[in-house]
Design a protein around this ligand. Structure first.
Ligand SMILES: C[S@@+](CC[C@H](N)C(=O)[O-])C[C@H]1O[C@@H](n2cnc3c(N)ncnc32)[C@H](O)[C@@H]1O
Length: 209
């Protein structure tokens, strides 16, 4: 399977129909956590098992991974987990996508981008326009969690998020904000790889003000 796909390819301009929250979840009233670049979804499967009081939605641009994740959700009969295929930017910029953001209480970007080189920077998921989409529809108090093992990418993501002025950094040691729900408790596949290879991991938490 190809590791990376170009999110700017015309292939991703069209998005599939986004189901309503009642179609996606058994109890659409639960708080929603969104994972951008969810790959095969292991992180969300772990979270969904650990904390059943939330709904979880993964968005992933590699279709095969989404198909596998969806199959697993059905097999395991998990009612608070759903996956969408496509470029997260285009999905969340859709009218239905904006209503998803509106109901989202926290978002994770875990090791989101393979696009380290400057000449590929337009392919990164965190862009000023994307942060504007989030910032205009997220409710106050919603959290964004970022993790990566590439320092330059971390600096770029933090700079882009804070540039919108609608987000503030949360001191990483202050877990009061995340008392009821802390997605950082669960390690992602890429995080386990980074730990195994003794790579530094850079983490940021931001709150919508
Ligand atoms: C390095 S992997 C990390 C996967 C997982 N989050 C982890 O931590 O193990 C980044 C994932 O983000 C996905 N991705 C990159 N850009 C995306 C976009 N614009 N929309 C949706 N998914 C995207 C990639 O296909 C890939 O699966």
């Amino acid at each position: 399977m190809r590791q990376h796909v170009n999110p700017l390819s015309k292939h991703f301009n069209e998005i599939e129909r986004i189901p309503s929250s009642i179609e996606m979840f058994d109890n659409p009233r639960l708080n929603l956590h969104l994972d951008i670049g969810s790959a095969a979804g292991e992180f969300l499967f772990d979270l969904a098992l650990e904390n059943t009081n939330w709904n979880y939605l993964g968005i992933e641009i590699r279709e095969r991974l989404v198909k596998t994740a969806k199959l697993k959700v059905r097999e395991k009969e998990i009612k608070n987990l759903y996956f969408l295929f496509g470029n997260a930017h285009n999905i969340l910029n859709d009218v239905q996508g904006k209503s998803i953001i509106n109901n989202t209480k926290s978002i994770s970007f875990n090791f989101p981008d393979p696009w380290f080189k400057k000449r590929h920077s337009k392919r990164r998921i965190i862009q000023p326009e994307f942060i504007n989409i989030l910032s205009s529809s997220l409710q106050k108090g919603s959290l964004i969690f970022v993790k990566t093992d590439v320092k330059d990418l971390f600096d770029y993501m933090e700079y882009t998020i804070l540039r919108s002025f609608n987000f503030k950094i949360i001191d990483k040691r202050n877990f009061n904000y995340c008392k009821s729900f802390n997605p950082n408790k669960v390690k992602t596949n890429r995080e386990n790889y980074a730990i195994m290879n003794q790579l530094d991991i850079f983490k940021g938490i931001y709150i919508k003000v």
